[in-house]
Design a protein around this ligand. Structure first.
Ligand SMILES: *Cc1c(COP(=O)(O)O)cnc(C)c1O
Length: 362
């Protein structure tokens, strides 16, 4: 089997040792004779798995006791609906920094009783930067932002000061790669399939005082009910929770989030330096707001982009095609993606540039 480097935006690369462990435990989990796939979610074996996954995530992110951790289904996209349904009483504020933020706004706008205010937007400049938010109206129920804009390649490194208004963060594409302080948020959510494990599980971290603000919600979308039932109101995504738990263990062994942030900086820096030195490839994103985990780049010529993607694939650099709305290429450098993959990519970019009209030496 050819070694490849997988730049997929999600579902994305997972740590090899975790995949190995899943393989080893597939037929018989810890000598039980059962696969995790076959196990009742009420069994003591699975109770241990979900409890440990939560404990490890709490340790990694230093999640305080006044927050509940939920393992839900429906992806980050269901959170676009659950957040306003649970927390939105009169008026919510949104920061519009890209396609995923837009989807969150659109879902909130569907709720008839909720007024939605867009507090800031970078739409006029194609979402190539993070807008500044100097103050936030204190009557808002919450303020929503997307910490890493997966498609556009921008990220928040300082969070807006929202005072007493809870900040809600969609951390889907940089959770566990950048060391955010959980206490700065009222609620955090993230789909697992980018930086935590397989698709099928969504992590929600919610401050307990935000639960139960609205009565009579349908059971499956009521955070309070989910919290009271320890994410087991119905059958949770057992295998995804198990696999994410192994990824959390792996992260802890690697040195935790600070170490992951350090490695992310190193990987991203190498790619950005290559882009900035290139006369063929470029990044459109404002330097101070550039993402560490999802990095779009292009040549400005879509035929050449396509050629690059094809030739890259031949040497084992796969899934580099950019999102259809941005075009070009995108390198997703999540925690499980190794530095050697970025070294291989940047060397390949330099070769490609020499052969295809780059004039860096001129
Ligand atoms: C991928 C992504 C989503 C959508 O996630 P699903 O789990 O597929 O619903 C939402 N927000 C961000 C920032 C994402 O990167």
């Amino acid at each position: 089997m050819q070694e490849i480097y997988n730049f997929s935006a999600g579902p994305a690369v997972m740590p090899k040792p975790v995949l190995k462990q899943i393989q080893n435990e597939m037929m018989s989990y810890r000598g039980s004779g059962q696969s995790v796939l076959e196990m009742s979610h009420r069994s003591s074996l699975f109770q241990e798995i979900i409890k440990k996954a939560e404990e490890t995530l709490r340790a990694l992110m230093q999640i305080p006791d006044e927050y509940d951790v939920l393992f839900l289904q429906g992806g980050a996209s269901l959170q676009f609906t659950m957040v306003p349904l649970n927390l939105g009483i009169k008026k919510a504020g949104y920061i519009h920094t890209g396609i995923w933020a837009k989807k969150a706004i659109q879902e909130a706008e569907k709720l008839a009783d909720l007024e939605v205010a867009v507090l800031a937007s970078s739409a006029a400049k194609n979402f190539t930067y993070i807008p500044e938010i100097t103050s936030v109206p204190q009557y808002l129920d919450y303020v929503h932002l997307t910490t890493n804009n997966t498609i556009e390649g921008t990220a928040f490194y300082t969070l807006p000061k929202t005072g007493d208004v809870p900040l809600v963060g969609d951390l889907s594409s940089n959770i566990l790669s950048f060391d955010y302080d959980v206490k700065d948020f009222g609620l955090i959510y993230a789909g697992a399939q980018k930086n935590m494990g397989p698709a099928g599980m969504t992590v929600v971290i919610v401050r307990k005082d935000l639960l139960g603000k609205k009565k009579g919600l349908p059971a499956m979308i009521d955070y309070k009910l989910q919290a009271e039932n320890d994410s087991m109101y119905n059958t949770p995504p057992t295998f995804a929770i198990y696999a994410a738990g192994l990824v959390f263990d792996w992260l802890k062994k690697q040195g935790g989030i600070k170490e992951m942030e350090q490695r992310s900086r190193q990987k991203a820096q190498l790619l950005y330096e290559t882009l900035d030195a290139s006369s063929l490839f470029y990044s459109s994103v404002a330097k101070k707001d550039r993402s560490l985990t999802t990095i779009p780049f292009m040549t400005g010529n879509s035929d050449l982009d396509d050629q690059f993607i094809k030739e890259a694939e031949k040497v084992g650099l796969v899934n580099l095609k950019g999102h259809r709305s941005v075009g070009g290429m995108r390198a997703s450098l999540y925690n499980a993606f190794p530095l050697t993959g970025v070294e291989t990519l940047t060397a390949f970019m330099q070769d490609f540039e020499q052969q295809n009209g780059g004039n860096r030496d001129v």
